[in-house]
Design a protein. Structure first.
Length: 172
């Protein structure tokens, strides 16, 4: 499995990954696919943090990050996700590789925090903790049990406050 930065021309494969990864019976619109399209249209996908997992030359997974507002700070935090992997590659390390690559790249870029809404059982292995432990509040209070953050090297105690995702998240 090769992890690389997404490039122009990957858009259709990336959309297919999210459509398949989050498919549900009776659901014709997959919010995660719509979200990635919206982030791309708004130019809110951070190129160095839009990563694909490639298997035998085919895109098998995708993870992306977008700018976020933390309190009045627009430079320290990232919104992570969605993370999607084709069903036939799930539980084979592609998702973990994408998360690790994202965290390493975000750290190298000088970000202080990566924040996400996801399954605590899955993200705990990457040292994510409930965001409230770091003084970060979710946009929606009912998200708190699944709203998590991971500190990076540049983190400081003052990196806290109300978290706001990029505008595409609000349009879902």
């Amino acid at each position: 499995m090769l992890i690389r930065q997404a490039v122009r021309g990957d858009e259709t494969a990336i959309r297919a990954v999210h459509m398949a990864a989050f498919a549900q019976p009776g659901l014709t619109t997959v919010p995660e696919a719509v979200l990635v399209d919206g982030l791309r249209a708004d130019e809110d996908l951070i190129p160095a943090l839009s990563l694909v997992a490639e298997h035998n030359g085919e895109v098998a997974g995708h993870a992306c990050s977008s700018p976020a507002l933390l309190g009045d700070d627009s430079k320290s935090a990232l919104g992570f996700g969605p993370l999607g992997v084709l069903p036939e590659f799930q539980r084979r390390g592609a998702g973990s590789a994408l998360v690790h690559a994202t965290l390493e790249a975000a750290d190298a870029l000088g970000f202080a925090l990566v924040v996400l809404l996801g399954d605590p059982g899955y993200y705990r292995r990457f040292s994510f903790v409930p965001a409230e432990q770091l003084g970060i509040t979710p946009p929606e209070p009912e998200w708190a049990p699944h709203f998590q953050a991971r500190t990076l090297s540049a983190h400081k105690p003052e990196n806290c406050g109300a978290f706001q995702y990029a505008p595409a998240f609000e349009r879902l």
